[in-house]
Design a protein around this ligand. Structure first.
Ligand code: NIG
Length: 405
């Protein structure tokens, strides 16, 4: 058994309601112990069991490992040129209509070897783990043929701490009839991806991408195959995405920059989690979705990085927390909940995101005791020791730095 003692333990078991919230569920002078992969104790240090190995947190903050519920982690190529074009005035949809955007990454990804894709994805995953992200959802979507999508799924399945999602309806493959691609996704790709181990399915409802009817067909096929549905909804234009996500019973609706009050009410009724991606809004110089209306309607809010080569290339948890606060209006405590318990809820993973007995031993010891410090001192990573599935990764015994400096 291993134990972290003398910590400020943020269990994330508090409620995330808009009023009267205390989402951190803080235990002062707390301890977390685990045996193998599972947590066996969370509570005051004074009542903690004896353990073989003890980490003295010296008052530092301990949270659950971060759960990032929205990434496009596996890709080849670089779209810095498109970023520069946008900064010179072109829009994301204009660049996509000219054959850039998702399709340009599809070309680069198809041309890359399995080894190159795996290596770059591993490096990104390793950087995320070092900053405290113990679970990462990873979408396919840059293959766009049955064989290439399954190849990306295979790579996702070979990475640690990854929840793989099939995103067949990301863009219409170049030179292919859209109805034919939708039919292939529904009839061939989805059942095969489910058989191989995909956990979720997703679709991009947007002008220039897919219609509500096409997305519905893909998500319903996914649900029939046992996949957890998600939807890219209302990102660039209001397309009734939140209503569709609610109607299909999606675990999460993601983006939501353009969602109407009716869409928010539909999410609340369906119990769908709103995954806000404020770094993408920042990157595209858009107005970020505001958390307030979702929380006030009773919709749980999660934060995702949306790491991808086109609309969001910033890899930093502290920047995500900062964007959740500064751009989407969360408090630091709500942003931490959104990156842990919220992310797990968005993925329907009930064994993580919260520090409680029986859950996976995924946790982070930070180099500060102050949760408010994380989104405030953004741009540096504050995770000092990361425990993933009970395995300690980090400089155990070197709790000397303090990122408040
Ligand atoms: O979530 N919106 C669709 N997919 C990504 C963008 C992917 C890309 O541009 O390559 C997103 O923002």
């Amino acid at each position: 058994m291993l134990i972290v003692r003398n910590a400020r333990v943020a269990t994330m078991t508090g409620a995330q309601a808009a009023t009267g919230h205390a989402p951190l569920g803080l235990i002062e002078d707390g301890a977390v112990a685990w045996e193998g992969e599972k947590i066996v104790y969370v509570g005051p240090s004074a009542g903690a069991p004896r353990a073989d190995d003890v980490i003295d947190a010296r008052g530092r903050l301990v949270t659950p490992g971060f759960v990032d519920p929205h990434t496009h982690l596996i890709f080849a190529g670089d779209r810095a040129g498109e970023h520069a074009q946008r900064l010179a005035g072109a829009t994301y949809l204009e660049i996509a209509a000219r054959g850039g955007g998702i399709r340009s990454t599809v070309e680069a990804t198809r041309a890359a070897s399995d080894e190159a894709l795996l290596e770059s994805a591993r490096q990104r995953r390793a950087r995320m783990l070092r900053s405290g992200v113990t679970t990462v959802e990873v979408k396919t979507g840059y293959g766009l043929s049955v064989a290439d999508e399954l190849r990306l799924l295979g790579i996702a399945l070979s990475l640690d701490g990854v929840v793989p999602t099939l995103l067949g309806l990301h863009a219409v493959p170049a030179g292919m009839d859209r109805a034919r691609w939708v039919a292939q996704v529904v009839d061939e790709l989805t059942p095969e991806a489910a058989r191989l181990g995909a956990r979720g399915c997703d679709a991009f409802l947007e002008q220039g991408a897919f219609t509500a009817a096409e997305c519905r067909a893909a998500l319903e096929a996914g649900a029939r195959a046992g996949l957890v549905p998600h939807l890219h909804a209302d990102q660039l234009t209001p397309g009734g995405g939140a209503q569709l996500a609610a109607d299909v019973g999606c675990a999460s609706a993601d983006h939501l920059e353009q969602t109407s009050p009716e869409g928010i009410a539909a999410l609340a009724r369906a119990g769908t989690t709103a995954v806000l991606l404020p770094l993408a809004a920042f990157f595209l110089r858009q107005q970020a979705a505001q958390a307030g209306p979702f929380l006030q309607a009773g919709v749980p809010v999660a934060l995702g990085s949306n790491l991808n080569p086109g609309s969001q290339r910033i890899e930093s948890v502290s920047m995500l927390l900062a964007a959740g606060c500064l751009l989407s209006g969360l408090t630091p405590a709500q942003a931490l909940w959104a990156c842990t318990a919220g992310g797990a809820r968005a993925l329907r993973l009930d064994d993580r995101g919260v520090l409680s007995i029986g859950n996976r031993a995924d946790l982070v010891i930070f180099s500060t005791s102050d949760p408010d410090h994380l989104p405030y001192h953004a741009g540096v990573e504050h995770a000092e020791v990361v425990v993933s599935g009970g395995v300690v990764r980090g400089a155990l015994g070197t709790l000397v730095g303090d990122t408040r400096d």
